[in-house]
Design a protein around this ligand. Structure first.
Ligand code: FAD
Length: 494
């Protein structure tokens, strides 16, 4: 394990995503000890989650172990744990794993805990329409998507087959577009020869959004182009359509004119809305920094918190100059924070405000179809698709992952196959089962009540020790007082 040098500057990094990993790496030559604390053991390349969900890539290819990625960085150590509290006065971070609590002190802190899915106050939708934020999400969706085709093959009634072969993707941003495009490819190309009773090409893929256009950040022209491409793939694009309810059998949608209608669909995928890490709230309560509607925290132009120049917040958690929630904002912000910490410990002057350099955006629609926006350049079709391929290949972490991803893309895009179609019951059901346990996985590793009993025992022992110490103290005080009295009496009598 990396030795923490007692008087060396301690940097704690929360999160192993784009901000956390790139921030830690940027400190590799600094005279500091870095402790990265994250609730997963991997670094997740979120932009390719949809390819895990649709059987193109394996989870390992987009989520290498952080410990392995940082193995040769001697000043970095990795701790598994979910951070629940940051104490800005004591300068400590409290984190938990399976009921074990650890408190880690810091001199500088980089908070890069990202964002989760937002159901706009309707969290109960999550059970029926999983989001796409984690490997668990992607594997569960893989199970649901391929499982729907399997169940349709067994069904007798046309109505039931239609129900099973209707896929609804909510949210027409890049993730929703990519997901809908891939499900359509599965149905129309990949799976078309694999089933005997059903015709997978009859599957209905619906992409809906309350907004009036597809891919709003790409502007009207590229958005319109993307919509036409999606429609050519047989995807029903429904805009101005707001989801007002979701249940196991389908969803209820309200159109712009106020009319409500129902779409029956077994598989629903939520790709709309983000909500920043709840750690933003605790930081806001301690500093007075404002939170926006998505829970993002306002930071100073140098990405620090008001009154706390030692605390940097980067990536999806921040609200600054309307910066988008994209990987480059997190990467560049984390590198900026690392540089600032290095400047300070070396007595160099500050860098000036953080400036984001926009390298462009792209979204893939299906194989050989994508849209890209780089500076003033607007690209579509096969050129944009190759650009997408090259950029993603560069940013996938690890040489072996790049090679295997390239191989899998070749198999899926040039050929018809998908090598990662395996699904298990655990992927589909175990997460829901764990959620029903009061303390999640911690309940599985400690017998019922044992964790609380152990904690109660520690508290009792500590209380008894305190009482004994107090009693010893007051005994010593009584002895000292009696001795003083005797000495006083002796002086009086003489
Ligand atoms: C499906 C999808 C597709 C995307 N596609 C693109 C794209 O094509 N291009 C693009 O630029 N961007 C894309 N994005 C956005 C991009 O992935 C994010 O902007 C980026 O990941 C933000 O980086 P971050 O470091 O702020 O957060 P993340 O990368 O989300 O990392 C957050 C980290 O914090 C950890 N964490 C969270 N809470 C805690 C806690 N309490 N304690 C400890 N650890 C914690 C998480 O486990 C994770 O390691 C996509 C996002 C998604 C979900």
């Amino acid at each position: 394990m990396t030795e923490v040098v007692p008087d060396r500057h301690k940097v704690v990094v929360i999160g192993s995503g784009f901000g956390g990993l790139f921030g830690t790496k940027a400190l590799r030559r600094s005279d500091v000890d870095v402790t990265m604390i994250a609730k997963t053991t991997h670094h997740l390349f979120q932009p390719l989650l949809y390819q895990v969900a649709t059987g193109i890539l394996s989870e390992g290819e987009i989520a290498p172990p952080t410990r392995e990625v940082l193995a040769s960085q001697e000043n970095a150590r990795v701790l598994l744990g979910e951070v629940t509290e940051v104490d800005l006065t004591a300068k400590t971070v409290t984190h938990h794993v399976l009921g074990r609590e650890t408190v880690t002190p810091y001199d500088s802190l980089i908070v890069a805990a990202g964002a989760g899915q937002s159901y706009f106050g309707n969290d109960h939708f999550a059970e029926y329409a999983p989001g796409m934020k984690s490997i668990d999400d992607a594997l569960e969706l893989r199970g649901r998507i391929f499982g729907a085709f399997e169940l349709a093959e067994l069904a007798d009634e046309d109505e039931e087959i239609d129900h099973l072969l209707t896929f609804v993707v909510v949210g027409a941003g890049p993730t929703g577009v990519e997901m809908a495009g891939q499900i359509a490819e599965l149905a129309h190309r990949t799976l078309r020869k694999d089933f005997r009773r059903i015709n997978t090409r009859e599957a209905r893929v619906v992409l809906l959004d309350a907004a009036p256009q597809v891919l709003p950040p790409f502007g009207e022209k590229l958005g319109g182009k993307a919509q036409r491409e999606l429609e050519k793939l047989g995807i029903e694009v429904q805009l101005g359509a707001m989801v007002v309810d979701v249940d196991e059998r389908g969803l209820e949608v309200q159109d712009k004119d106020g009319t409500r209608r129902r779409i029956d669909a077994v598989t629903k995928i939520w790709a709309a809305g983000v909500s920043a890490s709840p750690l933003g709230r605790t930081l806001s309560e301690q500093t007075g920094a404002a939170l926006d509607r998505a829970g993002r925290i306002s930071v100073n132009p140098d990405l620090t918190l008001p009154g706390h120049p030692e605390v940097f917040v980067v990536g999806d958690m921040i609200s600054l100059d309307r910066l988008p929630g994209v990987a480059q904002v997190a990467i560049q912000g984390a590198k900026y924070a690392a540089k600032e910490i290095d400047n300070r410990i070396n007595g160099r002057s500050p860098q000036g405000p953080f400036e984001y350099f926009d390298k462009g955006s792209m979204a893939i629609i299906s194989r050989f179809r994508a849209v890209a926006m780089v500076g003033k350049l607007r690209l579509t079709g096969v050129i944009a698709w190759f650009m997408w391929l090259a950029v993603h290949l560069v940013y996938i972490t690890g040489f072996k992952n790049r090679v295997t991803a390239l191989l899998h893309w070749f198999v899926s895009f040039i050929g018809r196959g998908r090598s990662e179609r395996t699904t298990t019951e655990q992927q589909i059901f175990a997460r829901a089962a764990l959620n029903r346990l009061e303390r999640g996985a911690a309940d599985l590793v400690t017998p019922p009540g044992a964790f609380d009993a152990a904690r109660a025992m520690i508290e009792l022992t500590k209380k008894a020790e305190d009482e004994r110490a107090n009693a010893e103290l007051s005994q010593a005080e009584r002895r000292r007082a009696a001795e003083a009295e005797r000495a006083e009496a002796g002086r009086t009598s003489s």
